[in-house]
Design a protein around this ligand. Structure first.
Ligand SMILES: Cc1cc2nc3c(=O)[nH]c(=O)nc-3n(C[C@H](O)[C@H](O)[C@H](O)COP(=O)(O)O)c2cc1C
Length: 362
């Protein structure tokens, strides 16, 4: 297998991985079935185009952007790559239908809908011009989403960075992949190495989606302090937010623990105390909690406030060991996946470790 000196990309291909991900690659139109999950503030023109140019599939995170900003971001990304990329829209965005219209006019080929069950007018509007990818946190919803028009699904385990569901990818993959063999499904959450990709595509995934591994890449515009925090962190530092009081809901988010996560616990205790004492009404108390993290991801990613901001990261953060170019991340993932698949295909004796290494491991 040769690595091109100019682009660092794998020139001679990855036959087993390619065969197992054929549906995913055709669906995305990319060299590899590796989606870079949209990350608000991080997944913008530079990172998205770098990922698509390196053979992955970049996805712009629209987040709270108004339509005009999204339009500019799509145009700037198109100017940097001729390869396919997607746009991630959040279903509760108040201007969702206008954002969809922007995607249509701009010729966007893939729209990823995140943040809850997609409303049917949005599904109809998107499938009119683009392929629709939806997130599914369980089997029942996966089936429902496919029936109601989604062309592909992302099943995301609780190991992931950002907003998370309650179930790990290890379990979701077993529940969903064998039960929906004809569906195009991308597995996400906690993927840091190609061996995991190999296992997932062997189980029936058409491809994968990674976020954390790309957040601190060389092309990511995240603040150097944000990237350093990723390089330093280990898996156990990426913790899910904890709800202190059953009356004050907290949407689970996985992020690196820092001063902000501790202060959030303190804030919940303090608001719960005022609620208990009748000093604040329930809706007001709930709003205080809901608004606590407003702007916090931007503060961490853009301003580099790694103590007070939100350092959203998945448990795979322990596998971020340097600020690497996107092309080298993708190439190592592919090489690791391909060698794992080759080992799986080899006769049992040659797939086992050498006796010497068994001894030294004992
Ligand atoms: C910093 C950060 C921001 C994220 N923002 C979004 C977002 O705006 N929309 C979304 O659908 N997912 C978001 N995610 C989730 C990613 O798209 C992706 O699904 C997830 O990171 C995959 O898991 P991994 O981090 O373990 O690779 C975010 C993740 C991170 C780490």
């Amino acid at each position: 297998m040769t690595i091109s000196a100019q682009t660092g990309s794998i020139a001679s291909g990855s036959p087993r991985l390619d065969a197992l991900t054929a549906r995913g690659r055709t669906f995305l139109g990319s060299r590899h079935a590796i989606m870079a999950g949209a990350m608000s503030w991080v997944s913008e023109r530079h990172l998205v185009s770098a990922i698509s140019n390196a053979g992955g599939f970049g996805v712009i995170a629209c987040g709270a952007m108004p339509p005009a900003l999204l339009e500019a971001e799509i145009a700037a990304t198109q100017a940097r790559t001729s390869k396919p990329f997607g746009v991630n829209l959040i279903t509760m965005h108040p201007q969702l239908m206008d954002l969809i219209a922007v995607c249509k006019v701009a010729g966007v080929t893939h729209v990823v809908l995140a943040g809850g069950i997609p409303p049917s007018p949005a599904v109809a509007a998107i499938t009119d011009f683009a392929k629709l990818v939806a997130f599914s946190p369980n089997f029942a919803l996966a089936r429902k989403l496919l029936r109601s028009g989604a062309d592909a699904l992302v099943i995301e385990g609780s190991e992931a960075g950002g907003h998370i569901g309650p179930v790990s990818l290890a379990v979701l993959a077993q529940e969903i992949l064998p039960a929906l063999p004809d569906a195009i499904i991308f597995a996400a959450g906690g993927i840091g190495r190609g061996e995991a990709i190999a296992a997932l595509v062997e189980m029936g995934a058409s491809g994968v989606q990674l976020g954390t591994r790309f957040a601190a890449s060389a092309e990511s515009i995240a603040h150097p302090a944000f990237k350093k925090a990723f390089v330093r962190a280990s898996a156990r530092d990426a913790v899910a937010s904890v709800q202190f009081d059953p009356r004050l809901p907290v949407i689970p988010v996985r992020a690196l623990k820092n001063g902000g996560t501790e202060a959030f616990m303190e804030k919940q205790r303090e608001v719960a105390g005022r609620l208990e004492a009748g000093l604040v009404a329930l809706p007001e108390a709930q709003l205080e909690i809901e608004h606590y993290w407003a702007g916090a991801l931007r503060r961490a990613v853009i301003d580099g406030d790694i103590e007070g901001g939100s350092l959203m990261a998945g448990q795979s953060v322990g596998m971020v060991t340097a600020e690497e170019p996107v092309a080298s991340i993708i190439d190592s993932l592919v090489l690791q996946a391909e060698s794992a698949l080759a080992r799986h295909a080899a006769p049992l004796e040659s797939a086992l470790p050498e006796p010497a290494s068994l001894e030294s491991a004992a």
